[in-house]
Design a protein around this ligand. Structure first.
Ligand code: ADP
Ligand code: MG
Length: 247
């Protein structure tokens, strides 16, 4: 077997896909620039590390379960009150994830809450964080079925091990007291360990009504609001504005 073929076989055996993909280019580059053995060896390692980081980000992007991908670059800050562009851009550094701060977005439907939540979550994934996105109704469904359904158990386990959890659409549908209790237990477990991004169309005051338990809702809000940045958004619904334009 020729040396080149032998190398390819070794790389396959070791599962070094990053090196495998870039090998010829790295060899040509090293030969033309006459780099030292050590420099070449380091380039080989870097190729594999970069490949693995990229693959992990791709896997985490899929595993986050974003309903669509949105970014701040196509968010029109002129339409919405309650968050400034520079403030939002600053949040892209993800420091709030390291310091375990929550971001809470409130406001009427169509104002861009989910768009912003996805934009921050997506950037976090690109920076190497593990993120999970769930609508609250689905999250509760997962919690209810985790004991009997493997896929739910698996998802809940991934959620609990994330670096950031996005819980979307709290308040659109009322939840039963025992479901709210499951949700509360989860939030308690995550408290000060995993930061959350939460979106809701209901003000804090309406949460108790929606969850059917004032004491528990107060305790829930207490945990969410401790170390949190709250954005109360306002403006005209983007969806309505768009459909009006189309009509
Ligand atoms: P909400 O979660 O507040 O109900 P969404 O984030 O789902 O609203 O926004 C509804 C639609 O309008 C989405 O397609 C979103 O991308 C778009 N949208 C909302 N606000 C803006 C904005 N300020 N700039 C650009 N697109 C927006
Ligand atoms: Mg939404």
């Amino acid at each position: 077997m020729k040396a080149h073929e032998q190398t390819l076989a070794y790389l396959k055996t070791l599962g070094l896909q990053g090196v495998l993909q870039g090998l010829d280019e790295m060899i040509n580059d090293a030969e033309s620039r006459k780099v030292s053995y050590l420099t070449f060896l380091n380039a080989v390692f870097v190729a594999e590390i970069d490949f693995r980081i990229k693959r992990r980000v791709e896997r985490n992007m899929t595993g986050a379960h974003f309903p669509v991908l949105k970014g701040l670059e196509n968010f029109d800050f002129g339409r919405v009150k309650g968050i400034g562009k520079s403030e939002a851009v600053n949040l892209l550094d993800c420091r709030w994830i390291d310091t375990k701060e929550n971001l809470l977005f409130f406001g009427p439907p169509g104002i861009g809450k989910t768009h912003l939540a996805i934009a921050f979550g997506r950037t976090a994934v690109e920076k190497g964080y593990k993120v999970c996105f769930e609508r609250v109704t689905n999250l509760i469904k997962l919690l209810k079925t985790a004991e009997v359904q493997k896929s739910s158990e698996y998802r809940i386990r991934r959620i609990m091990k994330s670096d950031l959890i996005i819980i979307d659409e709290i308040g659109y549908t009322p939840i039963e007291k025992w479901e709210a209790n499951l949700f509360f237990n989860m939030i308690s477990e995550l408290y000060e360990k995993v930061p959350l991004v939460v979106t809701s169309n209901k003000s804090f005051e309406s949460w108790a009504e929606m969850m059917g338990d004032t004491v528990m809702t107060t305790a829930l809000l207490d945990r969410l609001l401790h170390h949190a940045r709250v954005f109360t958004l306002d403006g005209e619904s983007y969806r309505i504005k768009k459909s009006r334009k189309e009509v």
